[in-house]
Design a protein around this ligand. Structure first.
Ligand SMILES: [Zn+2]
Ligand SMILES: [Zn+2]
Length: 408
């Protein structure tokens, strides 16, 4: 059995707001630098993207594809938006399966011929019916976010997937939630959690900013399915991702001016911001409080560790006292460290901190700190990302007595 690092959920250049660089050869190259062995193609239901997939990839072992000359392997994946504006992630056993599913959904969709993440006029239960016909797997994408996720629309998996609920093996946590939060919800105890980037750009501070480590014999659809089922010693051994406070919907906040609100204030104000009249969006932290069966997480025995990581470019920005992770100097130091340690994931998760400190003391110190879960964050909300900080910053809460970082 071997460890593989995988990011199941990305988007192609055919989805809205996605970088034109999102093409498979670029993604494959960047995944190697990041240290991802496997990446979802994303958008496999989208007809022009499937054209690009078929032109670029050759099939290896059972459902795993690659570009000639590249180590990165691809799994066929897609996201759809259902009739209630709930997003679902789909894992396909092959290109043929994804193409069959596109044909099945064609009558229920007006934009599947051009849109990376197509809208389909069916519900979650019907979607699973279609997926089962082609042996694909379905689960909620970024399950707790306030615009397009299962728990903004429903209070349980059952309400969404109906009689097909027991076919749902996985749930994607999304950037604004982690295992500590989701394991307060009783109905999720038996579900395998995915931590994926949902990235719109191929660069390594986005691609694999959340990823899964799985123990399987070899990269293939069947092996991954076994890991999701935790069968024959196949399993997920690590979820890694941003601290949920970095997610842009972590706290309840105004979607226009981003002032944070306590849930009771938002309710009292009828979800209208008194400062700018913008709409207040319920944060993932408050939504999970509503759904929770327990005040503290109950981790089932099978649940792997969730490690909070910070992309290396952001670690370098932090180390230089800036919030801009895209400067030339940062890129040069990023290149130098990757040259030394092989991949970004090796530096963030696995490499000996003392070895990192020898190369860059401040970077080593920050990595040591986040591996021990001791970094402070200013939490995101209302669509604005949160960020790690080494300074004494606080969240901008509405009303008297601003909260400090330790209050939430
Ligand atoms: Zn989505
Ligand atoms: Zn506002």
């Amino acid at each position: 059995m071997q460890d593989y690092d995988i990011d199941f959920h990305i988007h192609s250049k055919y989805s809205k707001g996605v970088s034109k660089s999102m093409e498979l050869p670029v993604i494959a190259k960047q995944a190697e630098l990041k240290g991802l062995e496997l990446v979802g193609t994303g958008d496999a239901l989208c007809v022009p993207w499937m054209g690009h997939i078929k032109k670029s990839l050759v099939e290896g072992v059972d459902g795993a594809y690659s570009i000639e000359g590249s180590k990165t392997q691809f799994l066929i994946t897609a996201e759809v938006e259902d009739e209630r504006r709930v997003h679902h992630l789909i894992l396909f056993p092959s290109i043929t399966a994804a193409e069959d599913m596109t044909e099945r959904l064609r009558k229920q969709s007006n934009d599947i011929h051009k849109e990376g993440r197509p809208h389909v006029k069916i519900n979650g239960e019907q979607l699973v019916d279609h997926a089962r016909e082609v042996d694909a797997l379905v689960g909620p994408a970024h399950a707790f976010t306030p615009w397009t996720a299962i728990y903004k629309e429903y209070n349980s998996l059952k309400e969404c997937y109906g009689t097909n609920t027991h076919y749902v093996k996985f749930l994607e946590l999304g950037l604004s939630a982690d295992t500590g939060m989701a394991d307060r919800i009783e109905e999720l105890q038996n579900i395998t959690f995915l931590s994926n980037s949902d990235t719109h750009s191929p660069w390594p501070h986005r691609l694999g900013r959340e990823f899964n480590r799985i123990q399987i014999e070899q990269p293939s659809f069947k092996e991954i399915e076994k890991a999701l089922d935790r069968k024959n010693r196949r399993k997920f051994s690590l979820n890694a991702g941003l601290d949920p406070r970095e997610g842009k919907y972590h706290l309840t906040a105004c979607s226009k001016c981003f002032i944070r609100f306590k849930l009771e204030d938002a309710v009292r104000l009828r979800w209208r911001c008194p400062e700018c009249r913008g709409m207040i969006k319920k944060g993932v932290a408050d939504r999970i409080n509503e759904l929770a069966s327990w005040d503290t997480p109950h981790h089932p025995e099978h649940r792997p560790r969730y490690m909070h990581i910070i992309p290396l470019a952001e670690v370098l920005a932090l180390a230089s006292g800036s919030r801009n992770a895209t400067g030339k100097k940062i890129k040069a130091e990023w290149d130098r460290l990757i040259e030394k340690f092989g991949t970004e994931i090796n530096i963030l998760v696995d490499a000996d901190v003392e070895e990192i400190k020898k190369e860059n003391a401040e970077v080593g110190r920050i990595i040591d700190k986040f591996r021990a879960d001791k970094i402070k964050y200013v939490a995101g909300g209302g669509g604005q990302y949160g960020h790690p900080t080494l300074k004494d910053e606080t969240d901008n809460f509405y009303g008297r007595g601003q909260k400090t970082l330790t209050d939430y």
